[in-house]
Design a protein around this ligand. Structure first.
Ligand code: C2O
Ligand code: CU
Length: 460
């Protein structure tokens, strides 16, 4: 039988598609899996043993998921842990039913169980996914990974690299994770800081580059509590996006602050001729190498010009924000916070009783997630939340499902999903409640969220 070329191409493509998945039609679930399970990873320097982690597909960080803007993400979470779990897709303006918050948007996935996540990706940018059950321990043991959504037309760079920054508290004897996730000192202070910081799960991350090579670096902070303060040496460039959302204009990259949950997209040129470094600055003034970029050869004779801004995502307008309805959020508690007590599960408790319940913090006098939301908004209504941090610590406030802008004296800040509010600061955020559902609003210092700093906003 004679086939025309076009028909032949079409038929063989269909045949390959079937071969490619190794699945015949009608054989059930073909959704790719993400399995939450334990695994072994070389987190510590190579003369230490490997570390047992909990990770997606046994990896920490989990696999980098890459999609094009507008595509659907479909993944079946398979729970091979000994405890329930769920996945939250941090920063995605998502269908509420897919947001992954047990008790609010879905039931927790029991050991041996599974759940299929299936939703479109409306925005390009750098996002991440992580466990949202017993988060201090599950995220702290490695249940997180990068989710990259590519622009339809990629910016002109030589390479696009993800850098997942984390820190771990390992026993220096055997390099295993210390299990003190409910350590009261951590809960009531700055949160769980580790003793080893990693990039993409490696202690000495090395990324060979060429001089004048142009890199897009997607920095993500997946740590439980550590605020990364970063500096570039031998790399020069621009901040292009924050928390996935493009800036209207690239901004020269200086010292970068990356709070838990936040992302920064950079475009940088390698200006060093021998070695470039991403450095981590400690509060005591020490600088540490976080990533080494050995320079071998040249990609071009000289630097290129300033890159164009990334294309904006949909629905980034500030229209309506000036009329936003005001909501107050007072943060209290923690060590040196002077909180006398708070309401927990409907009961007014003094500080001693709260601590007995593992609670150290409160929003508007209430510890933990309540049955009623912090605010109810009707779909399309603009809301502004004044966050008054009366505690002695910084908190990285994250809103699920929608991005917000900071209200500044002369306008609005960039769109973000996580805002670092330092001790004694009052900061205000505003957003149009354009995504229906129940959306968590919590501190991303995960121990703080688990010990009181948890609320939600309902959009109907
Ligand atoms: Cu990335 Cu509710 O968190
Ligand atoms: Cu906090």
């Amino acid at each position: 039988m004679l086939l025309s070329r076009r028909q032949f191409v079409a038929r063989s493509a269909a045949a390959t598609a079937l071969l490619g998945t190794g699945v015949s039609p009608g054989s059930g679930n073909t959704t790719p899996a993400l399995t939450a399970r334990s695994g072994m990873v070389q987190l510590a320097p190579s003369d230490y043993p490997m570390t047992e982690v909990w990770g997606y597909d046994g990896l920490a960080p989990g696999p980098v998921l890459r999609f094009k803007q507008g595509e659907r993400l479909q993944r079946q979470l398979i729970n091979e842990l000994k405890q329930p779990t769920s996945i939250h897709w941090h920063g995605i303006r998502i269908d509420n039913a897919m947001d992954g918050v047990p008790g609010l948007t879905q039931d927790a996935v029991q050991p041996g169980g599974n759940f299929t996540y299936d939703f479109p990706l409306p925005d390009a940018g750098s996002y991440w996914y992580h466990a949202h059950w017993a988060s201090p321990e599950q995220v702290g043991r490695g249940l997180h990974g990068a989710l990259v959504v590519e622009e339809p037309e990629a910016p002109e760079v030589d390479r696009d690299e993800v850098l997942v920054l984390d820190d771990w508290r390992l026993n220096p004897e055997d390099a295993q994770i210390m299990g003190d996730f409910d350590n009261r000192h951590d809960l009531s202070h700055a949160g769980r800081y580790g003793n080893i910081a990693t990039s993409n799960g490696q202690y000495d991350a090395v990324m060979p580059v060429k001089q004048h090579e142009r890199l897009r670096l997607r920095l993500m902070n997946v740590a439980n509590a550590r605020i990364f303060t970063l500096a570039l040496k031998g790399l020069e460039g621009w901040v292009m996006a924050l928390d996935g959302m493009p800036l209207p204009q690239p901004e020269m990259a200086g010292t970068l602050t990356l709070a838990p949950g936040q992302r920064i997209d950079l475009i940088v040129d390698v200006t060093a001729s021998e070695e470039a470094v991403l450095a981590r600055m400690e509060p005591n003034g020490e600088g540490w190498v976080q990533v080494t970029f050995p320079v071998r050869g040249q990609a071009a004779a000289k630097r290129r010009s300033v890159p164009a801004a990334l294309p904006p995502n949909p629905n980034m307008s500030t229209v309506g924000l000036n009329e936003a309805r005001a909501v107050d959020l007072v943060m209290e508690g923690g060590a040196m916070g002077g909180m006398g007590g708070a309401t927990f599960k409907g009961q007014d408790l003094g500080m001693r009783d709260l601590v007995q319940q593992g609670q150290f913090w409160a929003f508007n006098g209430t510890s933990g997630r309540t049955d009623t939301p912090l605010a109810r908004a009707s779909l399309g209504e603009a809301i502004k939340v004044k966050i008054n941090n009366q505690t002695a610590f910084a908190h990285a406030m994250h809103l699920h499902g929608m991005h917000f802008r900071e209200v500044l004296p002369n306008g609005y800040g960039p769109m973000r999903d996580t805002l670092l509010v330092n001790r004694a600061e009052t900061r205000e955020i505003a957003f149009v409640a354009d995504n229906p559902g129940k959306w968590l609003f919590h501190c991303h210092m995960l121990g703080h969220a688990a010990s009181g700093m948890n609320s939600w906003i309902e959009v109907t």
